[in-house]
Design a protein around this ligand. Structure first.
Ligand code: C2O
Length: 514
């Protein structure tokens, strides 16, 4: 489908207001539903899934330390909008097709409120997954202020549920941030970037299988999926009219598989002030920013010298990243347009302060242990390529049991040929370094032979992260402290087609080791 660009206004996602209280705290009831929405001027209405009648879902905004409760209500139809592959773990033919559970990505929450993949439920909780324990989730928000996002996480159909539309922004605002005098109010907003493809009738297109097809499996999962159309906040290639002043954008890559390497067509830089885990120590002046699925960038763009200009956010990340097809610069190579067409309505008093926050480093010498964890490509029993973490499947016995309060280093050894964004639930981590190694030698001997020096993380990665890009042929080392809760959590590749096809493992934080 070839849709013309910059025809529709960027939707400004609204904050959801809680209507009730429960146990003295704000209580949200949030309904997941199927409905039709106009995604582009020239496209017939598209049937999507969303929250409270909206795709993407509304913003949930809280203050740091403000406890809230959320009841995620499954009000979806019985029939799935997209092709369900019943050969995938958790999606077997005896399972209901439409199951959901919602995970707050980057949230520090107890396991029962984390949206465990096997804690799914159907409409009216008629059928629930084996790990389902509660209907109402607790979000204490006792963590750094940052941009999180909530999205569907049911085992075996996460790629489909998120693609159908089940995602939305979640902002934890640190009251102290206001002393930084960053752009705020109408000059601050999230930008949720997602790629989609459409059929002529306006319906969402998602493949029923790879090309060439897999014998005896239809529908079949695909190794990855890249839509040919880019949406921001639920509109295809939108535009935003801005004043000649500073704006703050909380950019979220909410795509299934696509990476974006963004730039501004005006040649001006982004001032990156934050990433997954909140504010950096100092702003980074960046000509380009790379975002893997689930990564976030908090940026300030200064339009003050660009009165009358149209500025496009472009993208040149190959898919798969980094060795895949170059992008078509006339399509996926463009994301949205800013039109610096409004008059300055008031003097811009906002600033980009030199000092934003302090990041306490975690030290390797304090680590209780280092785990070597491979990312490796295998073939499943239908002959399909898929990827495993540590050579194990989702249902294999739990092998990672960090001690509560302990620090560990995880060395992610990527033996595959593309970059995998690895997300760990509950904890925020720091990236120590990345080092190239001899992949073939490792495959033969299981021994690491490094072939270059260890490189420190990028400037905009030197803060708290919950998703890290593990590049092919590199060992990516991260360090984290397993706190404040015990229990079961997943870690996985955030390319949703990989997560759904075994590239996800549980880990269990324990009080003592035996
Ligand atoms: Cu954003 Cu386990 O996911």
């Amino acid at each position: 489908m070839n849709l013309s660009k910059f025809e529709d206004k960027l939707p400004i996602i609204k904050n959801l207001k809680p209507k009730e209280k429960l146990d003295g705290v704000p209580y949200y009831k949030i309904r997941m539903q199927q409905f039709k929405q106009k995604l582009h001027r020239d496209l017939p209405e598209t049937t999507v899934w969303g929250f409270e009648g909206k795709y993407p879902g509304p913003i949930i905004e809280v203050r740091r330390n403000e406890w809230i409760k959320v009841k995620w209500i499954n009000d979806l139809p019985e029939k799935h909008l997209l092709p369900v592959d019943t050969t995938i773990h958790g999606a077997e033919p005896n399972k209901p097709r439409v199951r959901t559970v919602i995970h707050l990505h980057g949230g520090v929450v107890r396991p029962e409120s984390d949206g465990y993949p096997d804690a799914w439920f159907t409409k009216g909780y008629k059928i629930v997954g084996p790990y389902f324990t509660r209907k109402i989730y607790d979000y204490p928000n006792r963590q750094r202020g940052t941009t999180l996002w909530y999205h569907a996480h049911a085992i075996g159909i996460t790629r489909l549920n998120v693609y159908a539309g089940l995602a939305g922004p979640y902002i934890i605002r640190d009251p102290l941030e206001k002393y930084l005098n960053l752009p705020e109010g109408q000059y601050e907003m999230p930008l949720l970037i997602q790629d989609r493809s459409f059929n002529d009738d306006g319906s969402l297109y998602y493949p029923t299988g790879p090309q060439p097809p897999v014998p005896n499996v239809c529908p079949s999962i695909v190794p990855d999926f890249f839509g040919d159309t880019i949406l921001v906040n639920g509109k295809v290639w939108p535009y935003l009219e801005v004043e000649p002043r500073k704006y703050r954008f909380r950019i979220i890559n909410g795509s299934n598989s696509r990476f974006y390497r963004i730039r501004l067509s005006s040649g001006q830089p982004f001032y990156q002030i934050g990433n997954d885990g909140g504010l950096l120590e100092t702003p980074i002046i960046a000509k380009q920013i790379l975002l893997a699925p689930a990564e976030r960038a908090d940026v300030i763009i200064d339009f003050s010298n660009f009165r009358g200009h149209n500025i496009i956010i472009t993208n040149d990340a190959p898919s798969p990243y980094p060795r895949g097809n170059p992008v078509d610069s006339t399509n996926e190579g463009q994301i949205m347009q800013f039109r610096v067409s409004l008059l300055l309505s008031q003097y811009d008093f906002s600033t980009i302060p030199y000092r934003l926050s302090s990041i306490m480093p975690l030290f390797e010498k304090d680590a209780r242990l280092t785990r070597n964890l491979t990312l490796v490509r295998e073939t499943d029993k239908y002959g399909r390529a898929f990827l495993l973490l540590d050579g194990k499947r989702w249902d294999d016995p739990i092998t990672i049991k960090p001690l509560l309060g302990s620090i560990e280093v995880w060395s992610l050894i990527n033996l595959a040929n593309s970059t995998h964004p690895i997300h760990i639930h509950l904890v925020n981590f720091q990236i120590l370094d990345r080092q190239p190694f001899d992949v073939e030698h490792y495959k033969k001997t299981k021994k690491i032979l490094t072939t270059g020096t260890a490189v420190l993380p990028e400037l905009n990665e030197r803060g708290w992260k919950d998703t890290v890009r593990a590049n092919p042929g590199e060992i990516t080392r991260i360090i984290m402290k397993f706190t404040p809760y015990v229990g079961l959590y997943p870690w996985h590749c955030h390319i949703l087609e990989h997560e759904d096809h075994e590239m996800m493992r549980p880990f269990e934080i324990v009080n003592q080791t035996f």
